[in-house]
Design a protein around this ligand. Structure first.
Ligand SMILES: [Zn+2]
Length: 271
């Protein structure tokens, strides 16, 4: 007779269980957040592609980039259209690429994490901040710029979000000021020592915006997380056999953005 084997749950099965538990307990607001996240993800993709070139954001993806065929609503449903057409244009068969589905999937993942951490309006705020940081980090990764038109409103929004609580507003205003000054000072020291630019002005503005959300008390966690992430990325780069020279440019924005969101969700480093 063979006894029932007691199999230990794998990490994947535990993750699936946690996910189904989360979805089972969602309220109407949570479902609404999950429903809008791929649509907003599609818009975030448009922002990432067009904003650095100053192209209009409100004109939809109206034509196939390969054959110029007019795209209809059925071609533009986030993730669904891409899945049905197996990632190819219905007219010319050209590959559509993974960019839009990846951004849409990322915004859904941000929504699920936001809902796992908080409920109600807090989950929406977590998610909006995550989407904004996603756009900034992805633009820096693709183009090596952090547009002021995204960083400065993010800074202002961080202060407005705390306007109801003077002590929190003070902490966040201090975080924004310290964040900007710290990275500008670091960039100055780097330029003096190395004779070239190491950190762009956009990084300082993004760090200031991070400070306006996580407050002065959260800045250390953001720096620690971003630096650790950048070092790990450099290590992976080397392990993949790519050359890493002293003047290789590694955008810092994606690491700052990711670390800021983690500190926003998890709180400052326990010092
Ligand atoms: Zn086409």
């Amino acid at each position: 007779m063979c006894g029932r084997s007691t199999r230990r749950p794998t990490r994947a099965s535990r993750g699936a269980e946690a996910l189904s538990g989360l979805v089972r307990h969602l309220d109407a607001g949570g479902w609404a957040l999950l429903a809008v996240s791929p649509l907003v993800g599609s818009f975030v993709g448009t922002v990432i592609r067009r904003l650095p070139d100053g192209e209009p954001l409100w004109r939809g993806r109206s034509r196939c980039e390969s054959c110029g065929a007019l795209l209809r609503p059925r071609d533009l449903m986030p993730l669904v259209s891409w899945g049905i057409a197996a990632g190819r244009c219905r007219h010319c068969g050209a590959e559509l690429g993974w960019f839009y589905p990846a951004v849409e999937a990322a915004t859904i993942a941000l929504a699920l994490i936001s809902l796992a951490v908080d409920g109600g309006a807090d989950a929406w705020l977590n998610w909006l901040l995550g989407c904004w940081l996603l756009a900034l980090g992805w633009i820096d990764l693709r183009r090596g710029v952090l547009p002021d038109v995204l960083t400065l409103p993010l800074l202002a929004a961080g202060l407005v979000a705390a306007a109801w609580s003077p002590p929190e507003l003070l902490d966040r205003a201090l975080g924004a000021a310290l964040g900007y000054i710290a990275l500008r000072a670091l960039a100055l020291v780097y330029r003096r020592l190395r004779g070239r630019e190491g950190l762009g002005g956009g990084d300082a503005k993004l760090f200031a915006a991070c400070g306006a959300w996580v407050g002065a008390s959260g800045l250390a966690g953001v720096v620690f997380g971003a630096a650790t992430g950048a070092l790990l990325a450099a290590l992976c780069w080397r392990l993949a056999g790519r050359e890493l020279r002293r003047d290789t440019e590694l955008p810092f924005g994606p690491f700052l953005a990711a670390a800021a969101w983690i500190v926003w969700l998890a709180g400052p480093l326990p010092l």
